[in-house]
Design a protein around this ligand. Structure first.
Ligand SMILES: Nc1nc2c(ncn2[C@@H]2O[C@H](COP(=O)(O)OP(=O)(O)OP(=O)(O)O)[C@@H](O)[C@H]2O)c(=O)[nH]1
Ligand SMILES: [Mg+2]
Length: 397
């Protein structure tokens, strides 16, 4: 099936995975409002709530709005659907990168060498990375020749399809977490200061809880003042227990306690926070090794996932961090945070190509539901949404 057809299915909510994932989503979206006093309050927004109209025009507007909502519900496509989240989370990248691509397509009516060269420049500016750019344009040149494509109209669909191919590299299910069904799964988070580890742990705990799992958190960042409290705030917000010791204690000892507690409480998932200080590589290796050792002494197959949090807004710097952590510990996946905060969302592709570690989740905002499993098709759709919408509409049923 072509990329456009698959995307159309995802947008219409008729594909199996979309439906399965929608079951995961609550129909009511929860919004978290953080007050300046640091108190946290949950507000439930009920999308079905009726607003009383004051004028005839208003009544008409509301009716149209309700019709649209109904239409979307019939298609199993809520306003907060996953695809929409990717689309809005990638708005900054789309605004800068994609509008330039659209501009390029408008300026060059015909696909020629100069068009490819300018396209390469644009991709490099979006942090896609040299290797990926070269691989992409090579594939494009080949397809253009094979299909005898002459003009640039609609080339965004071809670019999208090839980007997905490059990302997937023939592998399937690369974003799946290694979950031990019916047994305890231990997930360890690593990453430098401020990349979003603790926030992501909170969002992930929320996600698991919605799936009915029994979740426990381990406050392994005993180094930074306030880190334990910050995790506790998330624990309270999500409604999960946090296993902690006092500031300055040995993180490995916290892990030991947490695993014992998780076993006693028959928890399904234990998520462990760690300190973000990036000292020299030897210290980092020693500390992570110790944590690792304590965890696997209690459960030989654990940790089942070591997730490295990287901040998308740091660009190429994120790649260097990943390299260091990759050497220090067995990173099984990447969580790319703050993708909504950068215009250089192409970094996802560079990470995949350079590090060969799959991006398992992306952070698309600061709300609890803004952590999404990475989906290369939705990501690429998010990059080119407007141009693709037109072409998707043209594809036959
Ligand atoms: N816009 C946006 N902000 C995010 C996202 N993820 C995290 N943040 C913000 O990034 C900031 C740092 O997040 P933390 O979770 O404290 O980072 P950390 O890695 O635990 O930091 P340390 O504990 O200092 O190592 C917070 O203000 C978060 O709200 C995201 O996906 N999008
Ligand atoms: Mg933290």
């Amino acid at each position: 099936m072509s990329f456009l057809k698959r995307m159309k299915e995802k947008l219409m909510g008729s594909s199996k995975t979309e439906k399965e994932e929608l079951l995961d989503q609550t129909t009511e979206e929860q919004e978290v409002v953080e007050h300046s006093t640091n108190e946290v309050e949950e507000i439930t927004v009920d999308s079905t709530k009726k607003i009383e109209p004051e004028t005839v025009e208003q009544e008409k507007e509301i009716e149209e709005d309700n019709q649209q909502k109904e239409e979307k519900n019939k298609r199993g496509f809520s306003a907060f659907s996953i695809t929409e989240k990717f689309k809005s989370g990638l708005a900054k990248t789309r605004d800068s990168f994609t509008s330039k691509v659209n501009d390029l397509v408008a300026r060059y009516r015909h696909v020629d060498e100069e068009f490819f060269e300018e396209l390469e420049d644009l991709l490099l500016q979006a942090d896609v990375g040299m290797e990926t750019v070269m691989e992409l344009t090579e594939k494009l040149r080949f397809e253009v020749q094979r299909k005898n494509i002459k003009d640039t109209e609609g080339i965004q669909a071809l670019i999208s399809e090839k980007l997905v191919e490059i990302y997937e590299q023939g592998e399937e299910d690369i974003t799946e977490l290694n979950i031990q069904e019916g047994d305890l799964t231990v997930i360890l988070f690593v990453g430098v200061n401020g990349v979003g580890k603790t926030t992501t742990i909170g969002k992930l705990a929320h996600r698991f809880k919605k799936q009915g799992k029994n979740v426990l958190l381990a406050a392994g960042d005993t180094f930074r003042a306030g880190a334990i409290d910050q995790l506790q705030v998330w624990g309270d917000r999500v409604g999960v227990e946090v296993i902690k010791q006092s500031e300055g204690s040995d993180p490995a000892a916290v892990m030991y306690d947490a695993i014992r507690a998780a076993k006693n409480r028959k928890a399904d998932i234990l998520i462990c926070d760690t300190a973000g200080r990036l000292q020299n590589k030897v210290n980092l290796m020693n500390e992570l090794e110790k944590i690792h050792r304590v965890i696997s002494r209690e459960i030989p197959s654990a940790p089942h996932e070591v997730l490295l949090a990287l901040d998308a807004t740091t660009g190429q710097n994120a790649l260097q961090q990943a390299q260091i952590f990759k050497e220090a510990t067995n990173v099984t996946g990447i969580v790319l945070t703050k993708l909504d905060g950068t215009a250089k969302g192409g970094i996802v592709l560079a990470i995949r190509n350079k590090l060969h570690i799959p991006v398992k989740f992306v952070g698309l905002g600061e709300q609890m539901d803004d952590l999404q499993p990475f989906d290369s098709e939705r990501y690429v759709y998010g990059l080119f949404a407007d141009a693709l919408d037109e072409q998707i509409a043209k594809t036959e049923e």
